[in-house]
Design a protein around this ligand. Structure first.
Ligand SMILES: Nc1ncnc2c1ncn2[C@@H]1O[C@H](COP(=O)(O)OP(=O)(O)OP(=O)(O)O)[C@@H](O)[C@H]1O
Length: 311
């Protein structure tokens, strides 16, 4: 379990991360999504113990990172944004060196390195010099070093950055496989990345948490969308009077009828409120063209949040 409590980090006068809190349970795949400079890397560096928060606290598996840094770091595998690989080393030598840094006991090293190479499908490149590898393979070497000590938590900063579409597919498949054994937090500014891999998204905007939702919550309808042949002068009041409806908003025309978005009092109310709306419409004698839960879409939400930045 990861518990981040009111974490702030400043660089001089700049507040890069501002009072961010969240909790992540074992086995989740969480995407930190935000534009360049939003504060994602700073959060990740604080989670790994490489950077101290200016204020706030971080606990991993009940251990406070400020006081138990080494114990916490032994549980974490980290792929930094620009992984500082050694171009003149071979893959296997670099992984051996990384294993020593991770404190993998000498007797276990060969086995751990073999496992990491197999998981990242690097067998054919194991004897190659890192500097001769493509960007995709170098990223895999970065992931291999991050998983050498079988960490319970994997922190991947922009894992697909700079990869071509095929390499992106490979990396996503690899992350999904790794997530079967570890909790994964990855950062990205590409929302399709989150959609493709994550169970949950935390959107960071100007150092603050702008949204924290599971993909299921995003998909679940929060509002009911209705299209009827009644204009707003009649429809707004009648729809608002239905039990379970908090407010009614007129939407832009499109398709048959007039369109309205109905905010529900409680999200669980959808199944009981939708039939009430249908029967009210029938009682009013209107034609019903559409009645469906609105699907909140990450793209729309990210767009709305970005629009607040004027992006
Ligand atoms: N060492 C530093 N010194 C001063 N400012 C910094 C430092 N590191 C980051 N910043 C600033 O802090 C803010 C957050 O940066 P951060 O790298 O955490 O964002 P990010 O969301 O990871 O961005 P990117 O997607 O571009 O990597 C930015 O304004 C950045 O310029």
């Amino acid at each position: 379990m990861i518990r981040v409590e009111s974490v702030t980090r400043t660089y001089g006068d700049l507040v890069a991360v501002d009072q961010v809190s969240f909790q992540i349970g074992q086995g989740e795949i969480v995407g930190l999504l935000g534009h360049n400079g939003a504060g994602k890397t700073t959060i990740m560096k604080m989670l790994t113990g490489y950077l101290e928060p200016t204020s706030g606290s971080i606990e991993i598996d009940g251990l406070d990172i400020a006081t138990c840094r080494e114990a916490v770091q032994s549980r974490i595998g980290y792929l930094p944004e620009n992984d500082p690989l050694y171009p003149e080393m071979t893959v296997i030598d670099y992984l051996d060196y990384s294993a020593s840094l991770h404190g993998v006991p000498t007797g276990e090293r060969d086995k751990k390195i073999r496992e990491a190479i197999a998981s990242t499908e690097l067998s054919l490149k194991a004897a190659d010099t890192i500097g001769t590898l493509s960007r995709g393979y170098r990223q895999r070497v970065g992931v291999a070093q991050a998983i050498l000590h079988t960490p319970r938590l994997l922190i991947l900063d922009e894992p697909t950055n700079g990869l071509d579409p095929t390499q992106v597919q490979h990396m996503r498949a690899l992350i999904r496989t790794l997530a079967k054994r570890a909790t994964v937090i990855l950062s990205t500014h590409i929302l399709q990345e989150v959609q493709a891999i994550c169970d949950r998204v935390i959107i960071i905007r100007n150092g603050r948490k702008a949204l924290d939702a599971t993909m299921d919550e995003l998909q679940a309808g929060r509002r009911l969308l209705v299209a009827v042949d009644a204009g707003p002068e009649r429809a707004l009041g009648v729809l608002k009077s239905v039990k379970g409806i908090q407010s009614v908003e007129r939407m832009e025309e499109g398709g048959p009828g007039h369109r309205y978005a109905l905010d529900l009092v409680g999200q669980d109310e959808l199944a009981v409120t939708a039939p009430r709306v249908a029967s009210q419409i029938a009682t009013a004698g209107w034609k019903l063209y559409a009645l469906q839960p609105e699907s909140r879409n990450l793209e729309t939400l990210f767009g709305e949040i970005s629009a607040q930045d004027g992006r």
